[in-house]
Every structure is written in C-alpha cells, then in structure tokens.
Write a protein that binds this ligand. Structure first.
Ligand code: PLP
Length: 393
C-alpha cells in the first residue's frame, strides 16, 4: 500500500464539477438537461481577448515568463485597481497565478497547520474548508445568514478570533449566496482587526464587478490599516468569461511576496504566456463586454427571483451580487442535496445542494443564473412541476 500524507484523507471537492460531469453524461444519453449548476458565464471570451492570445503565440511568446507574471500585466493589474478603487498598488506585489483558486490554495498553505484556526464563510466556496482541512488547521465557520442578507457579520466574525487564529477568509460578493457585505460592516470588521495585528486576511473578491442595484463594491485594499496583512484574490475567470484560461491574480503584503514567488517557481513556474497576453488585453481594452454581461446577469437575476418565489415552498431573497441565487427550500420538506439530485435525474435540471457549501447550507440550493433567460425559465418551470407532483423524499 502506498502511504500518502494524511491531508489527502481530508481534502474535499467542489461538487459543482461532479454535477457538471453527471449533467454531461445524461446529455450524452440524449436527455435534455438545463444546467444551472456550474458557476461560469455563458458568454464567450470577448473576441479581442482571444485575438490577443493568438497574436501572442504568433509573435513567439512560447517560453517561460517571470514566475509572478509579465511586467506589463502586473502593471495593468495595479493600474486597473487604482482606476476602480483609487488604491496604490505596487506592481511588485502583484502575483499573476493560474486561476482564482491558486490564491486561496497558496494563502491557506502559508498559514494552515495543526493547532491553528482559520476562519472561513459557511455557506461558502467549498475549497476554503477543503484546503484548511488539508493543512490540518481547524476550520472555523463564519456563519453567513439569510436574515443578514447573506452578508457576514463583523461582530460575529470578530468574536470567533482567538489567539490560535492565523487567517480569516472573506468573500463578497459571495458564492453561493450572492450576498454582498455592506461598507458599514466592513468598516466595523477592519476597525476590530486593529486588536488582532497578527491575523492575516484573505479577501476573495473574484465577483467584484458583479454588484447590482447601483451599489459599489467595497475593496479591502482601500483600508490602509490592514494592507500589511491583506491578501487580495481576484482574476479574469468571471469578469471576462475566461474560466478555462486559468488566469488569476493576487495582491500580497510585502512580507509574503517571496513566499508566493517561490511557490510559483516550485509548483507552476509561471502562468502560460499567451493567456497572460490575453489577460493584458482584457484589462487594457474596451470594457463594454463586461458591462454587457453584468447588465444581462442583472436582468436574469430579477427573472430568477420572481419565478422562484412562485414555486411552492420556496422563498428566494434577491441576491445583491455575483450570479447565484440561493433560495430557501425548507418549506418544501426536501433535504437540499436530495432535491438537487432528484431534480437532475428526474427533471433534467442541474442545481447544487446548499450543504455542498457548508453545514449551514442545509435548507437551501444554489442556482447559477449565468445561463440564458430561456433556459432559466425552462429550469424553474420544471422545478415547479417536480415540486407539485412529487412528495418530499
Ligand atoms: N472564488 C470564488 C468565490 C469562486 O466562486 C470561484 C469559482 O467559482 C473561485 C474563487 C475560483 O475561480 P477560478 O476558476 O479562477 O479558479
């Protein structure tokens, strides 16, 4: 028997990928499947970005690049953050990484070990907990509650900090709830963190451009008092419909930058060169496609909420960001995962059960509305038929 480290017995998964695979199997068998499971824009990557990658290949950008990314891309990230949030970011603290996940992977690896606590949102992106458990650290859930508009509570989060806490993970706009934490709550959190100068913060802001109703995203880089211990996670996957390109970036405090650079050298050398040129075109080129996508998501958001609220036993709060709805299904009598799997097998609708995002996800399901209005209506119609014809199991 081969003996691997214990971490691999604890590492988890992102069930959205399993649902995607099952939906593809069923479709291959000839079933008509509507997928509201996986969280990726249904738009193609804008053509000028694709062209930039092709041009990069034609221009001979076939080799390694600096481990943390080509200089013009790191500069473009800094300029973009300055333009959008008025913050000064040194390009020397930008790390271009292969996708959003790598920043959480790297930061959890830097702080996690047996005996320490890492706080993370529950329900939240499943990889946070999975990676915390991999390192042997204690995963401490920060409850994300519907009655709070699925925003995290500063007071509750701060109350969970102990001398064992090393890292706090925050995510707004949030997956899977679509919750957006208001500035007043972030202000309170940051003020409270002054008492905990040795605790790092990883702020996952991958949905920062998807905030609705005229609200403005609150970027944690705008708080100088935590800049020396803030890791910002962002990337191109969601904003530019580039999930398959594997392009992400992070902003690191000076004291951690050598760690991420060396991790890159050890693990992935650099992000593939043509994708970096594509990402550069994304940031420096026209932003119309982003605005168009976000406006579309906003329209669909309203459709999803209106239609879900017509279904028996379902109530759906209006998500304020990202492209997910997280309806409460408690009054249907169904357990969330059973409902999700039965809907896929029997009605051909792929959604994700709330417990795939944490213990507090029971009683909810996640629908990604990054799909056409026609498909959204078809999916919700099928859900309605299913719920009125089937007894809860
Ligand atoms: N962070 C959150 C909150 C996400 O929802 C996702 C993807 O679903 C990611 C990070 C990972 O993004 P990427 O596909 O770029 O690794």
């Amino acid at each position: 028997m081969l003996q691997t480290i214990a971490g691999f017995d604890r590492i988890g998964e992102e069930n959205a990928f399993a649902v995607l695979a099952r939906a593809a199997d069923l479709a291959a068998q000839g079933r008509d499947i509507v997928s509201l499971g996986i969280g990726q824009p249904d738009f193609p990557t804008p053509p000028h970005i694709v062209e930039a990658a092709i041009k990069a290949l034609r221009d001979g950008h076939h080799g390694y690049t600096p481990a943390t990314g080509i200089a013009p891309l790191r500069e473009a990230v800094a300029t973009d953050l300055n333009k959008r949030y008025g913050v000064d970011v040194s390009p020397g603290l930008v790390a271009v990484v292969p996708g959003g996940k790598i920043t959480m992977f790297a930061s959890i690896l830097m702080f996690g070990e047996p005996g320490v606590d890492i706080l993370y949102p529950d329900p939240g992106f499943p990889i946070y907990r999975s990676m915390i458990e991999f390192t042997g650290a204690n995963p401490i859930p920060i409850p994300v509650r519907e009655e709070n508009g699925f925003a995290f509570s500063a007071e509750e989060t701060l109350s969970l900090v102990t001398p064992k806490t090393r890292l706090i993970i925050l995510n707004s706009p949030a997956n899977p709830t679509g919750g957006v934490t208001p500035k007043s709550e972030v202000d309170k959190f940051v003020a409270g963190m002054e008492k905990h100068p040795n605790v790092a913060i990883m702020s996952d802001e991958i949905y920062d451009q998807m905030v609705y109703d005229g609200e403005k995203h609150v970027c944690l880089l705008t708080y100088p008092s935590i800049r020396d211990r803030l890791i910002l996670l962002n990337g191109w996957s969601k904003t530019y419909a580039m999930t398959g390109w594997r392009m992400g970036y992070s902003i690191w405090p000076q004291s951690l930058y050598e760690n991420i650079r060396k991790l890159a050298v050890n693990a992935w050398s650099c992000v593939n060169a043509p994708s970096q040129y594509a990402a550069l075109a994304a940031l420096t080129g026209p932003q119309d496609a982003v605005h168009h996508m976000v406006a579309e998501f906003d329209k669909r958001r309203k459709v999803v909420v209106t239609e879900l609220n017509k279904l028996p036993g379902i109530s759906c709060a209006t998500p304020k960001g990202a492209f997910y709805a997280f309806p409460n299904i408690k009054n249907t009598g169904w357990k969330a995962k059973k409902l999700a799997s039965s809907l896929l097998e029997e009605s051909g609708v792929a959604i994700i059960g709330g417990p795939d995002f944490g213990i507090l996800g029971e009683g909810y399901v996640r629908l990604s509305y990054a799909n056409s209005t026609e498909n959204i209506l078809k999916a919700i119609d099928r859900m309605g038929e299913f719920l009125s014809s089937r007894k809860a199991a």
